[in-house]
Design a protein around this ligand. Structure first.
Ligand code: GLN
Length: 484
């Protein structure tokens, strides 16, 4: 069988008995082993995958089977998997085997999708390049001297390299959209609360969002349909019906008003990236959409507010890693304090320590009002900017990232330059909105991502707009050289 990697095509081949879940899983496992150079996986679960494939093959004999039945994929190693090591790319959790599944893991297992393993990522999802992993950096399949983006870089590289047709990830400040842009694939970050956070290792709880990376908007719709829904085990989970994302895809874009955010084309945005995004927006006009100039006046405050709020929440969430209950523990401690301090000194990497220092500082008495409280006020202003813009437009557009994928080592000695990569993505998390990044062209022979942002719970509108673009263009079908 010719190798095809979209979920829709694979599901059809499975229905027509042209292949089996076991065959697809064997292919994915072989492809993963063939590309160890990418360092995209922390754990390959051959036994578990083949057992799940066998169960899917049985399910596929029944009619109707789930659309994801028998489709191989990977989980970002931030989702707890019962009995399977879950590291969050940290030495702190190198030996951690969870006794339970994340809700997302349960839901995709119930849909009979076949998890082949756990994808590499930035430690505790902190990063924009996937160079902060205890297991080493992930390489970008378009150019292995470059980063895949972060923090869901392993997930993105696996999809871009054609190893699996989709992968799970998380987006706290851009970690789905930025790697999607750098790797030439489609990444959807749902509304905060749309997908359960239960069993997803916490970074910044008011921002963390379980998400999906795939080859197309249509495939993202398929996976989101399986992931979304209310979960009583997550207090912030939205108790509201899940829309029919697939049914919404076909709607023509006539009359759609796309707000082009002036600030998203500001200083620091590469000319080649801006040009590709502008050309994609012209294509939207041809599809019947109207482009409207909009302003998000507080956009420049998003990075400073995010880099106070996210570290503050992280410092609190990461207080649990003390060497007592689970995870890494320093050897031969002389006292309880020695156990705590050495466990944390030895178990966390440099970026995680930086965030804990910044976060505890911002939350400490005397500084709380000046930093944390002020950042929360800015967060409200940023959310208000979006609310104001959405009074006149249906979606907001701009480049996902200021640059194309940069070289490994280029920015990791300069944290502020790295944080600046998130200039167009973090505001969306501060406001809790859904957004998608879709391939929109090339600059310097590397993929460029177009970001579309929607009002809360309008994932169907985003997927529809992205799908119609993908019907009329083929940017999403481009693959790195050598990828089938
Ligand atoms: N790059 C951002 C950070 O390092 C976002 C990370 C994420 O979305 N998980 O915080």
């Amino acid at each position: 069988m010719a190798q095809i990697f979209g979920i829709m095509q694979l599901a059809q081949a499975l229905r027509e008995r042209k292949t089996s879940a076991t065959e697809l899983t064997r292919q994915a496992l072989a492809a993963a082993k063939n590309r160890v150079d990418l360092n995209a996986l922390i754990t390959l679960d051959e036994t578990g995958a083949l057992a799940a494939a066998e169960r899917a093959d049985t399910a596929l004999t029944k009619n109707p089977a789930s659309a994801l039945a028998g489709i191989p994929f990977a989980h970002k190693d931030i989702f707890c998997t019962n009995g399977l090591r879950t590291t969050c790319a940290s030495r702190m959790l190198d030996n951690f085997v969870p006794p339970y599944n994340a809700t997302v893991v349960d839901k995709l297992a119930a849909a009979q999708a076949v998890a082949i393993g756990k994808a590499n990522m930035d430690e505790f999802a902190m990063g924009s390049s996937n160079e902060n992993s205890f297991y080493g950096p992930v390489k970008n399949p378009w150019d292995t001297a470059r980063v895949p983006g972060g923090s869901s870089g392993g997930s993105a590289a696996l999809v871009a390299a054609g190893i699996v047709p989709f992968a799970t990830g998380t987006d706290t400040g851009g970690s789905i959209r930025q790697p999607a842009a750098f790797c030439g694939i489609t990444g959807l970050k749902p509304t905060y609360g749309r997908v359960s956070r239960f069993g997803m290792i916490a970074f910044a709880s008011s921002l963390d969002t379980a998400s999906v990376l795939a080859r197309s908007a249509e495939d993202c719709a398929q996976v989101l349909a399986a992931m979304a829904g209310h979960d009583g085990r997550d207090a912030t989970s939205a108790d509201r019906a899940v829309d029919d994302y697939l049914a919404a895809l076909a709607k023509p874009l006539q009359g759609l008003r796309i707000g082009v955010a002036r600030e998203y084309f500001g200083a620091g945005i590469d000319a080649g990236v801006a040009a590709a995004v502008q050309a994609a927006l012209k294509q939207y006009e041809k599809l019947g959409a109207t482009l409207v100039d909009v302003s998000l006046p507080n956009a420049a405050l998003a990075i400073p507010a995010y880099y106070v709020i996210a570290p503050a929440e992280a410092s609190s969430n990461l207080a649990r890693y003390d060497g007592v209950r689970y995870g890494y523990a320093a050897k031969e401690p002389k006292s309880l304090e020695d156990l705590y301090t050495r466990t944390r000194a030895e178990g966390f990497g440099a970026e995680v320590k930086r965030r804990i220092l910044v976060g505890t500082y911002a939350l400490s008495a005397g500084y709380y009002d000046a930093y944390y409280l002020r950042a929360q006020r800015v967060r409200r202003l940023i959310a208000n900017d979006f609310a104001e813009a959405f009074k006149t437009v249906d979606l907001i557009a701009g480049p996902t990232t200021p640059t194309v994928a940069f070289k490994l080592g280029e920015k990791n000695s300069d944290p502020l330059a790295m944080y600046a990569e998130d200039v167009n993505t973090v505001a969306v998390n501060l406001a809790g909105l859904p957004a998608i990044s879709l391939p929109a062209g090339f600059s310097e022979k590397l993929p460029v991502g177009l970001q579309l942002i929607a009002p809360a719970f309008e994932e169907a509108r985003l997927l529809n707009a992205a799908h119609q673009f993908q019907l009329a263009s083929d940017w999403h079908a481009h693959k790195p050289e050598g990828v089938a």
